[in-house]
Design a protein around this ligand. Structure first.
Ligand code: ADP
Ligand code: MG
Length: 702
């Protein structure tokens, strides 16, 4: 692993590059790669490898891999599938440092391809070879004039790095970026990720001085824990912006047939990104809007945005979009208003949005911008230009560029329209001022910058260690397993909760109706009766829960009812008896708390409003374990029903600390016991005084 990491330098900055399967035939991949290397102006040693030709594209050919120089930095394999493994073995023998396998037809194709790919990965891991692909487009590094890809086109130099699981998307984005004049530092098509994964890329690009913003297109993550670790490290240094495809069920299906990978659940990805500060976008257009904003503008010091416009309508649209975001329309101080009044005509609007008038020349824009940029309560500026008859498209762009040079606040331009504004847009883009045709794009980008800046300021979270009696839980799980079960039902799981100081209602297990009555008397009426059977985990489904039982007669009768019915409906089940449980007081709110262990990212913790409407409302928030105290506070505030929990119409707020304690203790349980694949605390009943776990079910790995 460590050698592989070190060899990424050889991949990106090779002193010598061999193209295996180089060709003189236009249209062949082996031709394009050589041609691309030449036209990128590569200054190292470029060696075409081909068994027959003497010269390819003016370069002397090496006939056999064995004749290549020892410790070769990079080999690009373009030969057909059957020749890939033999080539790779020969390359390993000469001590190659890194390899790009462009050839397709591996795990994404058939069983044989899958096996070959596995063999490939094993060899590389053993020898420490940094292998990109197979089934990829290749790699471009504008910092070393390397174009080891068969892409049509070479990006301009810039400070954005892009890695992508889809090669086709790479070509589209490359073309688009050329059209938009967006520059790249590095461009990597990861393909099937047999060896080099997104985690490697994050780690490398995080340290790459030529890269200021990291972009990624991913369909699935293969090294979840490593990904989380690297993503967080990099996000603390520079923004990581990602598109995760395969979010819809149809998308997920397409993704799995596409690269032969199974897409993880979308909620887990969202939680993974949120935890690690990765900025998620939902489409490729936003990926680049964000990239432009982050790569050119400083982060805002706060949420206050001032908008300058020459048209009322567009200003209002922008203000609306701002209000819908996490940004705020800056309040313009009296002092600043007076300064604006002195330079703007009497009909100008001096409060945000600042309307400089449809006849505004560039100088008027400039005066207003300078005054606003100097106001410490304003954190960002957006300059909107509508192509009115008197609008000075170019001069205003020049003014914006000049003001931007003198301030450390982010400035966005919005040139509304297409034909007339195009020269201004282009000029701004080239000067590194994001300029979009619609205000929403600027506002989304700025909002993302503000949120990212907040995340970074929060610093590294502190994960509390919650006390728990592991030995007790372990013994209980052993007992469940010894009985051949993987479901831990309420009357068993309650012991787990107690071992982790999770609050439960007073409960007793009764094996006869007499015992049930005795328990009820000692707990105090009203009580709840619940079926207790290791085989019955959904108790209500068999009529196994009766709430609000007021007296001994009812308890006695219900005990018989419940046990008889359960036995009738589930003849397979061993009925232990009934739980007699303290009834929660009126007015409690039902919450659902639980987790599901994601294959890649570990325990995905869920928090939401419970009760009978949960399926309809789906008001649920997700977070990855372990939870920090801040996470526990945050997850509760994320759901819409938070407002209900805070209390409406004079209601007292629920005990939030009690809920946070449950979240943190459950997170600890999830971390301590990897064998718990699912946990369901449903419901957790909470009022202003306390929260109790009124039902619990755990599922162990089989
Ligand atoms: P199930 O196995 O069917 O999920 P539960 O133990 O969750 O059974 O009980 C079903 C419902 O009964 C709960 O969703 C809750 O509304 C109510 N309930 C359960 N226990 C209590 C209790 N101790 N106090 C008040 N209501 C309860
Ligand atoms: Mg339940």
């Amino acid at each position: 692993m460590d050698t592989i990491r070190k060899n990424l330098d050889a991949l990106f900055y090779p002193k010598a590059v061999a193209v295996i399967g180089a060709s003189d035939k236009v249209g062949k991949v082996g031709h394009t790669v050589v041609a691309n290397m030449i036209s990128a102006g590569y200054k190292g040693q470029l060696i075409p490898v081909n068994p027959k030709a003497a010269e390819i594209q003016g370069l002397k050919v090496v006939h056999e891999i064995a004749d290549l120089p020892r410790d070769l930095d990079l080999a690009v394999i373009t030969v057909p599938r059957p020749a890939v493994m033999p080539s790779l073995k020969a390359l390993a023998d000469i001590g190659v440092h890194s390899v790009i396998v462009i050839t397709a037809g591996f795990k994404e194709m058939d069983k044989e391809g899958y096996n070959l790919e596995k063999e490939m990965a094993e060899l590389c891991n053993e020898r420490g070879i940094a292998l990109v692909g197979p089934n990829c487009l290749g790699m471009i590094n504008t910092g070393s004039d390397v174009n080891a890809s068969f892409a049509a086109g070479y990006p301009i130099k810039g400070n954005i790095a892009f890695f992508s699981q889809s090669g086709a998307l790479c070509t589209a984005i490359l073309d688009w970026a050329l059209g938009e004049n967006i520059g790249f530092s590095k461009f990597i098509s990861l393909g099937n990720k047999a060896v080099i994964s997104e985690a490697h890329m994050l780690e490398y690009l995080g340290r790459d001085e030529e890269t200021k913003v990291v972009l990624g297109y991913i369909e699935n993550v293969t090294q979840g824990q490593e990904f989380l670790k690297q993503a967080e490290i990099v996000s603390r240094e520079k923004p990581v912006i990602m598109v995760k495809a395969g979010t819809t069920a149809a998308g997920a299906k397409a993704a799995s047939s596409h690269t032969g990978a199974i897409a993880g659940s979308d909620a887990a990805y969202s939680a993974a990104f949120k935890k690690t500060g990765v900025i998620r976008v939902t489409d490729v257009a936003s990926l680049f809007e964000f990239a432009q904003a982050f790569s050119t503008q400083p982060l805002p010091a706060g949420p206050n945005l001032a908008i300058v416009t020459n048209a009322g309508g567009s200003g209002i649209m922008a203000a609306d979009a701002t209000e819908k975001s996490k940004l705020t329309m800056a309040r313009i101080s009296n002092e600043t208003v007076e300064k604006l009044r002195a330079v703007l005509p009497p009909f100008a609007a001096l409060y945000n949005p600042i309307d400089v008038g449809g006849d505004a020349p560039a100088t008027r824009y400039k005066d207003a911008m300078e005054i606003l940029a100097a106001d410490p309560m304003i954190h960002a500026l957006m300059i909107m230009v509508s192509p009115t008859a008197s609008a000075q498209i170019i001069e205003t762009a020049e003014a914006i560029i000049e003001v931007a040079k003198k301030t450390d606040k982010p400035i966005f331009a919005c040139y509304m329209g297409k034909m007339r504004v195009a020269p201004g847009q282009r000029m701004l883009q080239e000067a590194g001022i994001p300029c979009y045709a619609f205000p929403e794009s600027s506002i989304h980008s700025l909002e993302a910058m503000y949120l990212y800046s907040n995340w970074r300021q929060k610093g590294v979270p502190d994960y509390p260690v919650m006390p728990g009696n592991k030995a007790k839980v372990r013994a209980l799980f052993d007992e469940v397993r010894a009985a051949g079960a993987t479901e831990v039902v309420e009357f068993q799981a309650q012991k787990v909760l107690s071992a982790y100081n999770l609050p439960t209602p007073r409960t007793a297990l009764a094996q006869s109706s007499d015992e049930a009555v005795a328990a009820a008397e000692s707990i105090g009426y009203p009580v709840v009766l619940k079926i207790a059977s290791p085989q019955i985990s959904h108790k209500s489904d068999v009529g196994g829960v009766k709430v609000n039982l007021q007296d001994a007669d009812t308890v006695r009768k219900m005990f018989t009812d419940i046990t008889n019915r359960a036995q009738r409906l589930r003849p397979d089940a061993h009925i232990t008896g009934c739980l007699v449980q303290e009834m929660a007081p009126k007015g409690v709110k039902e919450i659902i708390i639980g987790f599901k262990r994601d294959d890649q990212f570990g325990p995905l913790i869920m928090f939401g409003l419970g009760g009978i409407y949960v399926e309809v409302l789906k008001d649920i928030a997700f977070w990855l374990a372990p939870l920090s105290r801040e996470d526990a506070t945050g997850i509760i505030r994320e759901i819409k029903s938070y407002l209900l929990l805070k209390g409406v119409r004079g209601e007292a707020p629920v005990n939030f600390e009690a809920l946070e304690h449950i979240l943190l203790s459950m997170s600890q349980l999830a971390v301590d016991f990897p064998e718990i694949v699912e946990a369901d605390f449903n419901p957790v009943l909470v009022n202003s005084e306390k929260a109790i776990v009124a039902d619990v079910r755990l599922t162990l790995a089989s």
